[in-house]
Design a protein around this ligand. Structure first.
Ligand code: SF4
Length: 353
């Protein structure tokens, strides 16, 4: 399907993708269409995945004209570029916000095909080990910008899992992330099971509560150190939202929806990889049904710490398992194309389409 409205003047165009059914009802009202037109538009956008308003053939010609006159477009955009890793991981560059591009990473793995999506261009959180954090904040993606990443890649029909672990802190753009999740999981939308979607957070509690209350997706918390001062030296957010408070909140939350909670833990040699850390992490997670993902670190410029060795990571994992905490070492993917965890900068020099 061609993107027949792709040539519209961007600044003025108002994308329809990313709109919830309520949002589409408002559009229908503005354009003098009957209420039921919202459902018709949702079907064209999310089930048929059309590229342009003129493809919505069960809307009257007048309705389609009004939509275009009001500045609406479907809003699908092709990736600006793409690079592929030796391990078949692919990194796509998209127009982001504030003049900065964003990246999504496609990760095929046996019978799983995961897309790691971005929610912001840049990030305000300033984690010291992260290339996105280094570039500062440039703007929030809209729900359209988030959904477009999922739609636009050639592997879209094969996707089995989505992780909101790309550029940005999803909780810092909670309204648009929630809209995107509603579109993804609603029966009138893309009908994804929330069990196939994981949203990460560094623990911005106000928005995290909304995510938990308003969705059933899995949640991954970036911990990286169980010790407050050490965590703060890596992740300044610790000051505003201490990890002990985040875990306390999660411990008191009713996880009745069988959603999965996980803790992300990047391991640096000689920094957070000894048994003292494993024991403290075990204590931090006590009483929570929370698995730990241990992650290798991929060197970035001007960050002095290096990844922990495999042997140390295995000992750390075994220690956590002894403490009754399920821990696994996450396979590393896409390092050669700077698509691995913490390496996304929105500055790929890929093959331009
Ligand atoms: Fe932002 Fe996540 Fe990078 Fe921290 S790790 S700076 S929250 S993108």
């Amino acid at each position: 399907m061609g993107y027949s409205d792709a040539g519209m003047a961007k600044g003025e165009a108002k994308p329809l993708i990313g709109l919830t059914l309520d949002g589409l009802r408002r559009v229908a009202e503005v354009c003098g269409m009957p209420r039921c037109a919202a459902g018709q538009m949702a079907r064209w956008l999310y089930e048929k995945r059309v590229g342009g308003i003129d493809d919505m053939t069960d809307l009257s010609k007048e309705a389609r004209r009004r939509l275009k006159d009001e500045g609406y477009c479907v809003g699908r955009e092709f990736p600006l570029s793409e690079v592929r890793s030796a391990d078949c991981t692919a990194k796509y560059l998209f127009r982001g916000a504030g003049g900065r591009d964003v990246e999504s990473v496609f990760i095929p793995d046996h019978d799983r095909a995961t897309l790691c999506v971005s929610s912001q261009a840049g990030c305000k959180m300033g984690c010291k080990f992260c290339m996105t954090g280094r570039q500062g904040f440039h703007g929030d993606l809209t729900a359209a910008g988030i959904i477009n990443q999922i739609f636009a890649i050639p592997e879209s029909p094969t996707l089995t899992n989505l992780v909101f672990m790309g550029m940005g802190e999803p909780m810092d753009n909670i309204d648009e992330v929630l809209k995107a999740l509603e579109v993804l999981t609603a029966p009138w939308g893309l009908t994804w099971s929330p069990k196939r979607i994981t949203v990460s957070s560094i623990g911005k509690l106000d928005s995290l509560r909304r995510l938990l209350d308003e969705t059933k997706v899995h949640v991954a918390i970036s911990v990286h150190s169980p010790f407050p001062a050490e965590r703060e030296s890596l992740m300044p957010i610790e000051k505003a939202f201490p990890i002990t408070r985040v875990m306390e909140f999660l411990r008191g939350y009713d996880f009745a929806h069988q959603r999965r909670l996980s803790a992300e833990y990047i391991m640096w040699g000689g920094v957070n990889d000894d048994m003292r850390h494993a024991d403290a992490l075990g204590r931090l997670l006590r009483g929570l049904d929370c698995r730990v993902n241990l992650i290798r670190f991929h060197a970035i410029p001007d960050f002095e710490h290096q990844t922990a060795s495999t042997a140390v990571m295995e000992r750390f994992r075994d220690r956590l398992n002894e403490l009754g905490v399920t821990a696994t070492i996450r396979a590393s993917r896409g390092e050669d194309i700077e698509a691995a965890c913490g390496m996304l900068s929105g500055e790929s020099a890929g093959e331009t389409h």
